[in-house]
Design a protein around this ligand. Structure first.
Ligand SMILES: Cc1cc2nc3c(=O)[nH]c(=O)nc-3n(C[C@H](O)[C@H](O)[C@H](O)COP(=O)(O)OP(=O)(O)OC[C@H]3O[C@@H](n4cnc5c(N)ncnc54)[C@H](O)[C@@H]3O)c2cc1C
Length: 310
């Protein structure tokens, strides 16, 4: 693959994967810089301690500290994420946290876009309506459900959002027997249970295997590819176009911008932390400040990013 790219996407999770695939399919050359390793189905195991108690798939908080601010008796206190002892829901690997998600794949409801108009202001809050409506996003929900491989069943329900397709592209995964008891209890209490959409393939499709029902799903990488992670469902396809290169273990450390604040280059460290980093710099930088990825024509380097030791 050429080292000239139209677009540089930083991070390969739920945000980066769709952008990389869409642009690669539209004919642009894309490089994805991802700080974590590129693990595949055969690399994942159902080791509870490794997956949920150690930094196997999550960033090591000793190396990647962030500031946490919490109120204690009305006073804001700052401490590092490392000393907090907290666990965080994120993923440090190609595909990001989507490898570890449970795959509950809800659409937002029309009311979610009009909270201010429909439900009114909240004292002390700054609730506003979205600038777009559910109807604007609906075709994209539909497209994502097909690309990711979402399973479920649409049932009559008072809160069912409008859909352009009558049902989910795949039937629901097999339910745990306990679910029937919970459904019954809900109905007894006057609630209306419904099957939850999952980004999990119930059988082999889209070049991936179906669910193996191992009972270890959320927090674990999927060893069959049934889970519609950004890696399995999107990035693998992006790479197959021949126009997308994923660079794992490439941690972006700085965005270098010009006088106008437009990013000219991305500085990143590849491999182990002690290795020298590299810089991807566009020949003609012109992109909006603050974004992590930008489509051609809106400022991304349409020129020749060059990797140089730094
Ligand atoms: C255990 C678990 C269960 C979940 N269950 C669900 C669920 O059922 N339903 C649901 O909708 N959501 C679920 N989520 C949440 C969902 O996975 C996240 O909301 C979503 O992945 C966030 O997308 P993102 O792109 O912001 O971040 P991520 O998906 O985490 O992707 C960010 C990527 O950027 C990389 N990165 C960060 N900084 C840099 C840098 N400087 N240089 C290079 N790369 C970088 C990271 O390593 C990561 O790969 C779950 C998450 C977890 C952890």
């Amino acid at each position: 693959m050429s080292t000239d790219f139209d677009v540089c996407v930083i991070g390969s999770g739920a945000g980066g994967g769709p952008v990389a695939l869409t642009l690669a399919e539209a004919g642009y050359s894309v490089v994805v810089l991802e700080k974590g390793p590129w693990l595949r189905e055969t690399d994942f195991c159902k080791d509870e301690i490794a997956a949920t108690r150690r930094s196997t798939y999550t960033p090591n908080l000793r190396d990647e500290r962030h500031v946490l601010e919490q109120q204690d008796n009305g006073v804001w206190q700052a401490e590092s994420t490392f000393s907090s002892g907290w666990d965080f829901w994120n993923g440090n690997l190609v595909g990001g946290a989507t490898n570890l998600m449970s795959g509950f794949f809800h659409r937002m409801k029309p009311v979610d876009f009009r909270l201010r108009s429909d439900l009114g202001p909240v004292e002390g809050g700054n609730v506003v309506d979205w600038p777009i409506q559910y109807a604007d996003l609906e075709p994209y929900y539909d497209r994502v459900e097909r690309r990711v491989g979402v399973s479920g069943r649409v049932v009559p329900h008072p809160h069912q959002e409008p859909r352009s397709s009558p049902d989910f592209p795949y039937p629901p995964t097999v339910e745990h027997p306990v679910a029937a008891h919970i459904d019954r209890a809900c109905r007894d209490l006057g609630y209306q249970p419904l099957p939850v959409a999952r980004a999990i393939l119930p059988f082999a499709a889209l070049g991936r295997d179906g669910c193996a029902y191992t009972d270890f799903c959320g927090s674990y990488g999927c060893s069959t590819g049934a889970k519609g992670s950004s890696r399995a469902a999107l990035l693998d396809q992006a790479v197959r176009t021949g126009r997308c290169e994923v660079r794992p273990r490439s941690m972006v450390t700085r965005l270098l911008s010009d006088q106008q604040g437009r990013v000219e280059a991305v500085e990143y460290r590849s491999g182990a932390a002690s290795m020298p980093g590299s810089t991807l710099s566009p020949a003609s930088p012109s992109r909006a400040p603050g974004c992590c990825c930008c489509p051609p024509g809106q400022g991304t380097p349409a020129g020749s990013p060059t990797a140089s030791g730094r």
